[in-house]
Design a protein around this ligand. Structure first.
Ligand code: C2E
Ligand code: CA
Ligand code: CA
Ligand code: CA
Length: 279
């Protein structure tokens, strides 16, 4: 726990004191998780909206803690970001996602990408681009198999610095996706500033799709504008065939969600792919 003056008062508040102790032990568990091999990655297929053909996979981090049981990423990622652990954890994720891509290549799959979520703290780290370049070189994985997903809120501040970094990543041959589009303060004008290939419509929009006319209008406009900018669109959180059909109708490129497949361990991905390729 940082004692940076601003938070010093916390130490004199007995209730907060207890929280700090809890927080310290949580962080310690998170620190140990890397060494104790408690992390794993699940993968969720991203498919073409029309044919349901597999286009790629999103890597999603899972933590099975010996102290806390299964901890959802929404709980531990923000803490990992605050205490700096997101850097080693994020590198672990990248490395393992690259290994997964290599296994797919070994099995003869060629047209796919593996998408990895990147936190703003990682992107802002001065060594990030060099790290990614090294990881790809060590793995011997062509950069085109890797997609990095970045949320828009992340990019809003210091946009010029961030765009510069994104351009460096793009130069390596990596694909970039704007995640959770529609949450936060998305601005459409700001889309043209970002060197992205893919835009992911947030699942809260998709959930509203079948009972809100305004949402339909927004999704249609986002897709049309994206296409005019040469950006492909993925809809997240597609749970029903009704949603899938509407999205096809709006010319959405790809979908991802429980309807097609839940996030699964890599062994199940191979089972999923074999089932798909069978007539
Ligand atoms: P996200 O990037 O928006 O990931 C999509 C989330 O939606 C995942 O939650 C996924 O399991 C869930 N999902 C997929 N299909 C459906 C569906 O049909 N319906 C619903 N309701 N949900 C669906 P998950 O795995 O709990 O991850 C939550 C968030 O944690 C992610 O949101 C991402 O922001 C973050 N995260 C996960 N793994 C990583 C990682 O390796 N690094 C970083 N920095 N963040 C990560
Ligand atoms: Ca994501
Ligand atoms: Ca998302
Ligand atoms: Ca999200």
């Amino acid at each position: 726990v940082k004692n940076d003056g601003k938070n010093a008062w916390l130490y004199y508040n007995p209730v907060m004191q207890a929280n700090i102790i809890q927080r310290v032990s949580f962080e310690q568990s998170l620190r140990d998780a890397l060494f104790n091999d408690e992390f794993s990655l699940h993968y969720q297929p991203i498919v073409s909206a029309r044919e349901g053909k597999v286009c790629g996979f999103e890597a999603l981090l899972r933590w099975q803690s010996s102290n806390y049981g299964v901890v959802p990423p929404m709980t531990f990622i923000p803490i990992a970001e605050e205490c700096g652990l997101i850097i080693p954890i994020g590198n672990w994720v990248l490395k393992n996602a690259c290994q997964f891509a290599l296994r797919l290549l070994e099995k003869g799959y060629k047209d796919f990408f593996v998408a990895v979520n990147i936190s703003v703290k990682q992107l802002k780290h001065p060594d990030f681009v060099a790290n990614v370049r090294e990881l790809l070189a060590e793995a011997g994985l062509p950069a085109s198999y890797l997609e990095l997903e970045i949320t828009e809120t992340v990019l809003m501040d210091a946009i010029e610095d961030n765009v510069k970094k994104l351009l460096e990543l793009k130069e390596l041959g990596i694909k970039l996706a704007l995640d959770d589009f529609g949450t936060g303060y998305s601005s459409l004008t700001y889309l043209k500033q970002l060197p992205i290939e893919v835009l992911k419509i947030d699942k809260s929009f998709v959930a509203d799709l079948t009972d809100c006319e305004k949402t339909v209008g927004m999704i249609e406009s986002i897709i049309q504008l994206s296409h005019r900018l040469g950006i492909q669109v993925v809809a997240e959180g597609v749970e029903t065939s009704e949603q899938q059909l509407s999205l096809q109708g709006y010319d959405c490129d790809m979908t991802q969600g429980y309807l097609t497949c839940r996030p699964v361990p890599d062994s199940d991905v191979f089972v999923f792919l074999e089932k798909k390729s069978r007539p």
